[in-house]
Design a binder for this molecule. Structure first.
Ligand SMILES: NC(=O)c1ccc[n+]([C@@H]2O[C@H](COP(=O)([O-])OP(=O)(O)OC[C@H]3O[C@@H](n4cnc5c(N)ncnc54)[C@H](OP(=O)(O)O)[C@@H]3O)[C@@H](O)[C@H]2O)c1
Length: 326
């Protein structure tokens, strides 16, 4: 079942509509998890949205990109398409993730400037940050060390594109933005264990355990590591706002600024899923990075502040998941 991404508040449309209305916006990856919400948000702001599937325009093929841009002449490209997934997918296919993400982004930029597109908005990832960057993660520390670990190649491809966006703006005047969302979650997320992220994976496990009356669930690690979670609807609002109002191509974090431990996340999901059994932690298993959260002050320059509280967003997502899959 598809998510319903249309519940955007009226004030949002009124605020950004004057800057967006009538613009033709090409959203790559517009049928993906984040893409559905971004497409809905641009439409609500009055844009004409183009969102072809990869079967219609394969972004690894420059000829298909060129033909599409020449035919449709978008004013702006919002580039969300990516080879991406959870940690397992990054471990399994690091070379493909590096190659396809670098290739799609570079080819799209080159064809965009040839087609005289005005605006290019890149959706990046916190995996582009150095492994040991100081906390909260600030945009000006992005180049202080390499992105490493399983998501390093994916993060490095995105980081190359940060530089490419800035360079194309400098040389060709293609107005760029680089947006770095925290971990996304919400209705319509990927719940398949092969490519799900932490929130969706936990929702699946805890709802199944609640349904089956399981006496306990064992999670990997200590539960102490922290992460930051942004509702996908907030992310979409931020992307439209940045497209409308951001000046300059300095990278911008998109998040809540709220640090949440994996243990708290598990407890919130258990509560909303109606799971009454014991929550156990297998401390022999690795924890991953100890802490991860963002400095979100720069996004205030274009008027973005997250609105969905984590507990509310989780309850909404669990409700959607149960209606869709149980
Ligand atoms: N999900 C998160 O937690 C998160 C967090 C931070 C940043 N991001 C970033 O946000 C963006 C969207 O993520 P998502 O979770 O929404 O991913 P997703 O659901 O997997 O969507 C990715 C989209 O990319 C498209 N795509 C892949 N290869 C393509 C190709 N060769 N040509 C054209 N399109 C292609 C796919 O189109 P088809 O469906 O038509 O094949 C798909 O809809 C990505 O850039 C990701 O790096 C995501």
């Amino acid at each position: 079942m598809e998510a319903d991404p249309t519940h955007l508040e009226q004030s949002f449309a009124e605020d950004v509509a004057p800057a967006i209305k009538g613009q033709r916006v090409f959203v790559t990856g517009g049928n993906g998890f984040l893409g559905q919400y971004v497409v809905a948000a641009f439409r609500q702001a009055g844009a004409e949205v183009l969102a072809p599937r990869s079967s219609e325009v394969d972004l690894t093929d420059p000829h298909q990109i060129a033909q599409y841009l020449m035919t449709h002449r978008p004013d702006a490209i919002v580039h969300l398409a990516a080879a991406c997934g959870g940690i397992g997918a990054n471990v399994a296919e690091p070379a493909r993730f590096l190659y396809e993400n670098a290739l799609m982004g570079l080819q799209l930029l080159e064809q965009a400037r040839l087609a005289e597109v005005d605006r290019f908005v890149l959706i990046s990832t916190t995996c582009a940050y150095p492994q040991n960057a100081p906390l909260p993660l600030r945009e000006d520390t992005l180049w202080d060390g390499p992105p490493t670990g399983a998501t390093g190649p994916y993060g490095m491809a995105k980081r190359l594109l940060h530089e490419a966006v800035a360079t194309y703006e400098h040389q060709y005047g293609l107005r760029g933005s680089v947006l770095i969302p925290a971990n996304l979650y919400g209705p319509g997320d990927h719940f398949d264990p092969a490519n799900s992220h932490v929130v969706a994976a936990m929702i699946r496990r805890y709802t199944e355990a609640a349904r089956d009356g399981a006496p306990h669930i064992t999670n990997w690690g200590t539960g102490q590591p922290t992460r930051e979670f942004l509702h996908v609807r907030d992310a979409a609002r931020a992307i439209v706002r940045a497209t409308a109002f951001q000046q300059g191509s300095l990278p911008v974090n998109l998040g809540t600024g709220v640090e949440t431990s994996i243990k708290s996340l598990a407890e919130m999901i258990a509560h909303s899923a109606g799971y009454l059994g014991e929550i156990r932690w297998d401390t022999d298993k690795p924890d991953g990075q100890p802490r991860r959260f963002l400095d979100v002050s720069r996004a205030q320059d274009f008027g973005f502040q997250a609105e969905v509280a984590l507990a509310d967003g989780l309850a909404e997502t669990i409700g959607w998941y149960l209606r869709s899959f149980h």
